[in-house]
Ligand binder design. Structure first.
Ligand code: UP5
Ligand code: MG
Length: 190
């Protein structure tokens, strides 16, 4: 029987809010030419569409809630196809079991590994509060909700892949260059 090889290769980049996912992905893009897709950035752009769907996403982000996979996967697939490329860093997704199970049902995608950035909440909170990018969720009240959702819903995703031996754990409570020196080594064969 003939079967098609996966078309897309992805690395999931996970870690708590403010753990440094976006910062490290930008460095990987520069060195390895991979495509960085931040699910959060795609959702924030979608909010600007002003559609009913966009308004639902806006309200969910402001509360730190996880948007249903039907929306997020739609945005990710569109960006993947439009890029014309085959290797992706998917940053901040999947965030719960529903996201993960739906993504795994998609054909032609090889989940290469999961990169997990580990950082204490106190450090992440301080980073987020000094970011000043005007994000609706960068306030103490929503940050605390994001931390809780991360522990309750996103860590089980990380643990699922850990059980499969797919997680590379990186301590991101160091300066960005030190984090990157370790991170980049994982991409030499990607
Ligand atoms: N910084 C970074 N690294 C540093 C270091 N090593 N030392 C010192 N400072 C460092 O970094 C955050 C800040 O810290 C920056 O100012 C940076 O300079 C500095 P960043 O790289 O932006 O961290 P990141 O992990 O990307 O933080 P972010 O806030 O983006 O993480 P979240 O996971 O909270 O945000 P995301 O955009 O992924 O999601 C936002 C919301 O969207 C979610 O809460 C949810 O409501 C929704 N969402 C979904 O519903 N579904 C999805 O699939 C994705 C998102
Ligand atoms: Mg980010």
């Amino acid at each position: 029987m003939e079967w098609a090889a996966p078309t897309f290769h992805v690395v999931f980049v996970l870690g708590g809010p403010g753990s440094g996912k976006g910062t490290q992905c930008a460095k990987l893009v520069e060195e390895f030419g991979v495509v960085h897709l931040s699910a959060g950035d795609l959702l924030r752009a979608h909010v600007k569409s002003g559609t009913e769907d966009g308004n639902m996403v806006k309200a969910m982000i402001a509360e730190g809630k996880i948007v249903p996979s039907s929306v997020t996967i739609g945005l990710l697939k569109k960006a993947m196809l439009e890029s014309g490329k085959t290797k992706f860093l998917i940053d901040g997704f999947p965030r719960n079991a529903e996201n993960r199970e739906a993504f795994e049902k998609e054909d032609g995608i090889d989940i290469h590994f999961v990169l997990f950035f580990d950082c204490p909440e106190k450090v992440m909170e301080k980073r987020i509060l000094s970011r000043n990018e005007g994000r609706s969720d960068d306030n103490v009240k929503t940050i605390r909700k994001r931390f809780k959702v991360f522990i309750d819903q996103s860590m089980p995703v990380v643990n699922h892949y850990k059980g499969m031996g797919k997680v590379h754990w990186v301590n991101s409570n160091r300066d960005p260059e030190a984090v990157y020196a370790e991170t980049r080594k994982l991409f030499e064969n990607f």
